[in-house]
Ligand binder design. Structure first.
Ligand SMILES: Cc1ncc(COP(=O)(O)O)c(C=O)c1O
Length: 483
């Protein structure tokens, strides 16, 4: 080893990241609050970090763990005896594969399309982009749930080309469960697949129902649901890197499987997008599910819903803050009134040690504050509510962030497709996303940046943030060369 202790530097680097424990990070991470479960998961990841999920015959233990995880999930989600599933690397990969399988089940369809509520996760847009499937977005109404009649009309506009109908359980942005029974029925009546994206809710909603909470039906118990995605690295409280894609029958999954013998090496045989893949995440998820079991998840669900109810009750008491819609799961979307703006509240929460996620306005929906509540947040709800109350007060005192009218007009007049790299450099500097020189330090407070992004069109926002990511992702070259 040329470096005495690389882990020391790693820990120093990691100190700048959001905390993954403690229940104060309310997006990106899901914390059971149980150190022992966490330890088991991490040790399993480490034990399998070098194992290769490429070949289940070479690493049969990975196949065994995968099949056990799928079995657990199917029991949880009312899977029929015919159902099958695959462990993927995350929600996006599960969604990508669901769309790919739906497309490839119809090789005769030249311009495939899928019909989805406008609230469906962006992973479907990525799938549309990768696989050439036209996304037909159906606006949602005041309830933020999918509009069944409008979905039926959208399907019937080009029924022969429609390969998939999508529902969320629940949607990430608003935490609302779509009317899956009706959507699946309209899809089935037309011979079309219906995918339920339960990436974020799939491991917690069954327990919510068991605890007597009102959850509309959405699992395989609903006729016409052909596939479900559910993430283990969210409310399965597993280490990052695992989701499940479940299909009602092996026939429905068949187009997802890929083999190529068209080269001189081993016959490539994959059920996922990756080929060589670490056994670590799968082993970590298996170990966490083994250690928690059904009883453990039920207890964690009790804890998380107690927290959700307390947050809901507490926020409605805070002047200036309200729920966008009543949460049906563990996700809360908050709106502010005209006395302050959501982005400043997020900044104020950050200064108080809480990460809550700003969501931009979308159509008629104003900017919102997203909270993914974890079991570990349960012990800190009073502190969270105090922080929210103080943050709203501070944001009211600071006044709403405003974007200069000239800047709005300037940004509105730009066509992102026609901008050069140099134009983006200027825009990134003007927006505050990238400092004048080579500095990529983000400002401490993001409200101004978010307010500016919020007035940009979605296309402009995408272009700006893509340019930003490009600038972030640049190699670090040591002055003294490699060592
Ligand atoms: C409903 C839903 N679908 C898909 C995804 C994508 O999952 P991932 O970030 O694991 O790729 C998410 C992530 O939050 C989600 O909430």
């Amino acid at each position: 080893m040329t470096q005495p202790d690389p882990l020391e530097r790693l820990r120093a680097l990691q100190a700048h990241d959001l905390p993954v424990h403690g229940g104060r990070t309310l997006a990106y991470v899901y914390d059971s609050g149980l150190p022992e479960v966490d330890r088991v998961g991490r040790e399993a990841v480490a034990a399998y970090a070098g194992s290769n999920g490429l070949d289940p015959t070479a690493f049969p233990s990975l196949l065994q763990m995968e099949n056990e995880l799928v079995g657990f999930a199917l029991d949880l989600l009312d899977g029929p005896g015919t159902a099958v599933g695959t462990v993927t690397s995350g929600g996006t990969e599960s969604v990508l594969l669901a769309v790919q399988a739906a497309r490839d089940a119809h090789p005769d369809v030249v311009e495939p399309r899928m019909v989805l509520p406008a609230t469906a996760h962006a992973a479907f847009h990525k799938a549309a982009h990768y696989f050439g499937v036209e996304p037909v977005l159906v606006p949602v109404g005041d309830s933020y749930a999918a509009d069944v009649a409008a979905t039926a009309r959208a399907v019937d506009e080009a029924r022969d080309r429609t390969v998939l109908v999508v529902a969320s359980a629940p949607s990430y942005a608003h935490g609302v469960v779509d009317p899956v029974t009706e959507l699946a029925a309209l899809a089935a009546a037309r011979g079309i697949r219906c995918h339920v994206d339960a990436c974020i809710g799939g491991w917690v909603l069954p327990y919510a129902a068991r605890l007597g909470r009102a959850v509309p039906p959405w699992t395989f118990a609903v006729e016409g649901v052909t596939s479900i995605s559910v993430d283990l690295h969210k409310y399965g409280y597993a280490p990052k890197g695992t989701s499940l894609l479940l299909h009602r029958t092996p026939e429905l999954r068949r187009p997802q499987l890929f083999a190529s013998a068209a080269w001189p090496g081993y016959t490539m045989l994959n059920s996922t997008m990756q080929s060589t893949k670490s056994g670590g995440p799968l082993a970590g998820a298996w170990a966490v599910v083994e250690s928690l079991g059904d009883t453990g998840y039920e207890l964690l669900s009790r804890e998380v819903f107690r927290a959700v109810d307390a947050i809901v009750a507490g926020t409605t008491d805070i002047d200036g803050l309200d729920l966008l819609v009543s949460p049906q799961s563990t996700l809360i979307a908050l709106v502010t009134d005209a006395s302050c703006d959501a982005f400043t509240v997020c900044d104020e929460m950050a200064t108080r040690g809480w990460y809550v996620q700003p969501q931009m306005s979308y159509g008629a929906t104003p900017p919102t504050i997203h909270l993914s509540v974890s079991a570990a947040t349960g012990a800190h709800v009073d502190e969270l509510l105090t922080a929210l109350r103080d943050s709203v007060r501070a944001a009211q005192q600071a006044g709403p962030v405003s974007v200069d009218d000239d800047v709005v007009a300037f940004i509105e007049a730009l066509d992102p497709a026609a901008l050069s790299d140099a134009d983006f450099d200027g825009l990134l500097a003007a927006s505050g996303l990238v400092g004048g020189g080579d500095s990529l330090e983000l400002p401490e407070r993001m409200a101004e940046v978010n307010a500016l992004l919020d007035v940009a069109t979605p296309a402009m926002r995408e272009a700006l943030l893509t340019a930003f990511l490009d600038r972030l992702s640049r190699p670090v070259r040591r002055a003294d060369g490699i060592r």
